[in-house]
Design a protein around this ligand. Structure first.
Ligand code: HSE
Length: 432
């Protein structure tokens, strides 16, 4: 009997789209052997066909008109690899309305408009899968949905943005300033077109929104997450962190807490002995704690042509089972999501903190700062003061605290920076 065939169309032949085309053409036999399904790359739509691409597309229909794919009754699966909101949203929703399954790596789209898209998909009895939207090549979404399906997910700590991890790694290892390290990340090609999303924590927050919805079986609204980026971190902080035995990482946190969810993205001091501290450059890692499995760690390349394409093709294969085994009512496992997540406001969370101030080198400074902290019930666990610093007559002081309520810390800081001997470019980080 001839193996069954699934026809695929790709919209957008940038880095990721090219990778998907490459996998489908190059691994055709491997995929057929493993699945008994022939994955046929039928068509690609792309506006810029002038660009040099090292790929033979002679067997594929190439067009500039996405509608030719969206209206082609033979195409079963549309891969959206243009990114951004528009025209990506219009293409994806049209594909779903035309009863085509969709695979996308578009984290911004899924995190902010996923709910609408899932509804359209459901109404049309098709699916939208997005494994590549989080962690690039790491199978974290299938990991949560399938491998860990027996667990209540208690915690997720993720390094989810390759660009910011690359920047922080370079700052740590090569003693670079933030702007120098950012330049390197952009040159390496894994930064977003607008790197603001990477360094502001927005991209990691998109990814955390997606993971949280899956882990909690509830809709998480991207807008309600607490997000801080890495732009305030200086060489001084990196060196303090180093001397105290920590590495600074942009962490995405998911924690079941007080009957709700504690969700946040912020730079965090991670103890050097922790596995997450060793995740360097553009690599991603996700630590997941399930109530039965305990701690698990997923690690791998979080961006790039080949890893992202690997994840996209795994979704195409998953959809093939839906397409071909419909009669047997087999479905790729999904988690039903009907309720909204209850988020715990950041003010009600407790954390350990790293506080860095630039203060004048005069008597009584520390007593006054620690006095304010004590007033708000915040206890200091250690303190470092550098003897000299190039910044005129201000010296950097770092305090680490025991667990304290976020709200108390906010109030204490508002008071501390009013002291005339404290510069207002202080930094407050959390400790993991
Ligand atoms: N800009 C993203 C990152 C690409 O740096 O992680 C992958 O989503």
């Amino acid at each position: 009997m001839r193996n069954q065939q699934v026809n695929v169309g790709i919209i957008g032949l940038g880095t990721v789209g090219t990778g998907v085309a490459r996998v489908l053409l190059q691994q055709r036999e491997l995929l057929e052997t493993r699945t008994q399904v022939l994955f046929n790359l039928k068509a690609i739509s792309e506006l810029d066909w002038e660009k040099e691409r090292d790929i033979d597309l002679s067997t594929v229909k190439c067009t500039t008109n996405a509608d030719e794919l969206l209206n082609d009754p033979d195409i079963d699966v549309i891969v959206e690899t243009i990114g951004g909101f528009e025209p990506a949203f219009s293409f994806v929703s049209k594909a779903l309305k035309n009863r085509k399954h969709v695979v996308t790596a578009n984290k911004a789209l899924i995190a902010t408009r996923g709910r609408e898209l899932f509804e359209i998909a459901q109404e049309n009895d098709v699916k939208i899968l997005f494994e590549a939207s989080v962690g690039g090549g790491i199978p974290i979404i299938q990991g949560l949905r399938e491998g860990l399906i027996a667990n209540n997910i208690e915690r997720i700590y993720g390094i989810l943005n390759g660009t910011s991890n690359y920047i922080l790694t370079k700052m740590h290892k090569e003693n670079l300033e933030f702007s120098e390290a950012l330049k390197g990340a952009q040159e390496n090609g894994f930064a977003e077109a607008d790197p603001t999303l990477d360094i502001s924590g927005g991209d990691a927050a998109h990814k955390l929104t997606i993971l949280s919805s899956i882990a909690s079986n509830s809709f998480v609204s991207f807008e309600s997450l607490y997000v801080e980026g890495i732009t305030g971190i200086t060489k001084v902080d990196i060196n303090f962190a180093k001397s105290l035995g920590y590495t600074i990482k942009l962490l995405a946190v998911y924690r079941v807490f007080n009957g709700g969810l504690d969700l946040r993205v912020h730079p965090t001091l991670v103890e050097n002995k922790h596995l997450l501290a060793a995740v360097s450059n553009e690599m991603n890692a996700i630590l997941v704690k399930g109530d039965f499995v305990g701690n698990t760690m997923f690690y791998g390349p979080g961006a790039g042509e080949r890893p992202t394409a690997s994840a996209i093709v795994s979704d195409i294969v998953a959809l093939a089972y839906d397409l071909l085994l419909k009669d047997e009512k087999y479905r790729t496992p999904t988690i039903k999501t009907t309720t909204d997540a209850k988020l715990i406001p950041i003010d009600e969370i407790t954390n350990r903190f790293y506080l860095r101030f630039f203060t004048r080198d005069i008597p009584g400074v520390l007593t006054k700062i620690s006095g304010v902290l004590a007033e708000y019930g915040i206890s200091i666990s250690s303190m470092v003061q550098l003897e000299t610093h190039e910044k005129d007559n201000y010296i950097p002081i770092v305090l680490l605290t025991h667990e304290a309520l976020e709200k108390s810390m906010k109030q204490a800081l508002e008071k501390i920076i009013k002291f005339e001997f404290v510069k207002d470019d202080y930094l407050r980080l959390r400790i993991f």
